[in-house]
Design a protein around this ligand. Structure first.
Ligand code: FMN
Length: 150
């Protein structure tokens, strides 16, 4: 049997924007021929990416530039995991108008955590204002294409 590349998306979403983004990612990764598992932050331990080839986090930002509560433990523990040999990517949703100074800061915090794991960044972090519009969907396509060939 041919071993397929497994991509795992862990996401947190309070009002649905990031969930929608995670669904778009799932669809596009599948279209690229990958196996995909999409998991809510509440259901994920920090070792969730152990059996994945591609590790993706999709997060909104809460408080003043903070990781959402339901992602806090996961985020803290992620940096202690060893994910060398794996590819990672991060997508953020935030509010560019109301929170310009901390726009999608949680995505940057996840990028830093992934860097500590030894995983390789497969594509630049995508930051989306609220929900994904057509231009964002195009950026997500590029993100997926780059991860798939990284
Ligand atoms: C209390 C509160 C604090 C927020 N703080 C930030 C922030 O610091 N930076 C940011 O980019 N967005 C911030 N946001 C906006 C959300 O991240 C944004 O609406 C996001 O699209 C929500 O995603 P979701 O629909 O997946 O829950 C905040 C929203 C709330 C309600």
């Amino acid at each position: 049997m041919i071993q397929m590349t497994l991509a795992k998306i862990v996401y947190a979403s309070m009002t649905g924007n990031t969930e929608g983004i995670s669904e778009i990612l799932e669809e596009k990764l599948k279209a690229a021929g990958l196996d995909v598992e999409r998991i809510e932050a509440d259901d994920a331990d920090s070792d969730v990416f152990e059996d994945a080839d591609i590790a993706i986090v999709a997060t909104y930002t809460y408080g003043v530039g903070e990781v959402p509560d339901e992602f806090e433990d996961f985020h803290n523990d992620l940096s202690s995991e060893t994910l060398s040999g794996k590819i990672y990517g991060v997508v953020g949703s935030g509010d560019q108008e109301m929170h310009a100074a901390t726009f999608c800061k949680a995505a940057d915090l996840f990028e830093a955590a992934f860097e500590a794991t030894g995983a390789k960044k497969g594509s630049a972090t995508v930051k989306i204002d609220q929900d994904a519009e057509a231009d964002d969907v195009a950026r997500l396509q590029t993100f997926v294409d780059e991860l798939a060939k990284a």
